[in-house]
Design a protein around this ligand. Structure first.
Ligand code: HEC
Ligand code: HEC
Length: 366
């Protein structure tokens, strides 16, 4: 496994270095001064962080291409019909449009209507901006993409194929053997479960969403955000949202119990009673496309999710109460201001296994 101490230490060093930089360069005050010269924003400006990349898995075009094919290839599943992309589709903001996901033996294209006997217990997370995450899954139980990548194979309700069996299966396709050789040059036997995890991770590190209208706006293009989206952004701050959905990623390594339910959430990792039902603060980037919302997919529309969040936030004293009109503006800011589809991954038409790439229809905005 790649769960090596060195990788963890390199990651820790990168994180620490970022922390130091932030301390020596205090962010500019609202409305200008210091380093920030863009139009008004309701919080101290922070640039996008550097993506994390473990020292033992530098990205290369060959590795990314292999990972892209593997991500869409149902060869990694027990039923030869399910892929990562079945539950993480670019059409659904790298999620799947379902309250909970349907794994192996499921029927129907990704999206509403897909059904089957193997359902996950949680809503599929977006993979946008996973390269910046140090605590993965809704309960934060995984520390890196490399660590996470084989979990869906091990999960009986997802791909249900042991990683070593998956590697052995891949080795029977000459096209994959060549692609692994190119991605991991100099290795005598490159088709391994660890390299599978590395390639999937390198591909997922391309899933960066940082060109939304909000990003263009803070870069100095005031016209990139319409006046009502800007209003919504200020209300987002007044409603206390930015305290948890922290810009520029609009997420945080913080676990909060918001809507209750039976899922133990973070408590399954920490055993702390305070973490019962608590989930990691998710990103709101590309949230326009990732309905339904929350860990259980209990809310369909973005506006309704914002309404729910505004009520909880006000009740918890995180920010002031928002009127229905203000909630609509906040939803508009998220919907329009934080959407960036410029780097959608490529969905291959053909994959080296020759199996059919999982089908996705198209998203009908709800
Ligand atoms: C059957 C549906 C399904 C399949 C197939 C699937 N996933 Fe997921 N994925 C999920 C769900 C559900 C979660 C949230 C699970 C949780 O928090 O416990 C998730 C979470 C993740 C996360 C964590 C994201 C974050 O922000 O913390 C990553 C990364 C990920 N999946 C990558 C993959 C990769 C790579 C594959 C293929 C090898 C894959 N998934 C296959 C449903 C799926
Ligand atoms: C105290 C921290 C906190 C505050 C304040 C907060 N949120 Fe959240 N938010 C969360 C957590 C945690 C979740 C995930 C809950 C879950 O999955 O059940 C979440 C989920 C969401 C979601 C659903 C995202 C998804 O992909 O499922 C939206 C939309 C959202 N919040 C918007 C807002 C808005 C708008 C505000 C301000 C009115 C706000 N939040 C305030 C912590 C917070």
């Amino acid at each position: 496994m790649i769960r090596s101490r060195t990788a963890a230490l390199v990651l820790a060093a990168v994180v620490a270095a970022c922390g130091d930089a932030a301390e020596t360069e205090p962010p500019a005050a609202v409305g200008g001064g210091g380093a920030y010269a863009g139009p008004p924003i309701p919080w101290a400006y922070e640039p996008f962080p550097a993506p994390l990349e473990p020292a033992d898995n530098p990205s290369t075009p060959e590795k990314i291409e292999l990972g892209n094919l593997l991500f869409y290839d149902p060869v990694l599943s027990r039923d030869d019909a399910t892929a990562c992309a079945t539950c993480h589709s670019e059409i659904w903001g790298m999620s799947d449009g379902l309250p909970v996901s349907v794994g192996v033996d499921g029927e129907g294209p990704t999206g509403p209507g897909r059904d089957g006997p193997n359902k996950t217990t949680r809503n599929a997370q977006t993979l946008w901006n996973v390269p910046f995450r140090t605590e993965l899954f809704l309960d934060g139980r995984s520390p890196s993409l490399e660590h996470q990548a084989l979990e869906p194979l091990l999960a009986e309700r997802e791909l249900a194929l042991a990683p070593d069996a998956a590697a052995a299966k891949l080795a029977t396709f000459p096209a994959y053997v060549t692609l692994f050789q190119q991605a991991f040059p100099g290795q005598a036997q490159p088709v391994t479960a660890d390299n599978l995890a590395r390639a999937l991770s390198a591909f997922q590190r391309t899933l960066v969403s940082d060109r939304a209208p909000y990003d263009q706006y803070v870069a100095g293009d005031e016209g990139a955000m319409r006046p009502d989206w800007v209003k919504g952004m200020f209300l987002f701050a007044e409603g206390g949202c930015a305290g948890c959905h922290v810009p520029p990623l609009f997420e945080a390594n913080r676990y909060v119990s918001r809507i209750g339910g039976a899922d133990p959430g973070r408590a399954a990792v920490t055993s702390a009673p305070a973490d019962q039902g608590a989930f990691r603060v998710p990103t709101l980037r590309n949230a326009r496309d990732t309905e339904p919302y929350f860990h259980d997919g209990s809310v369909i529309s973005l506006e309704e999710a914002v309404q729910v969040e505004a009520e909880i936030s006000a009740a918890r004293g995180e920010g002031r109460a928002l009127t229905a009109e203000e909630v609509a503006l906040v939803a508009k800011f998220i919907n329009k201001g934080l959407t960036d589809r410029t780097r959608d991954p490529r969905r291959p038409k053909v994959v080296p296994s020759g199996l059919q790439v999982p089908v996705d229809g198209f998203r009908i905005p709800r």
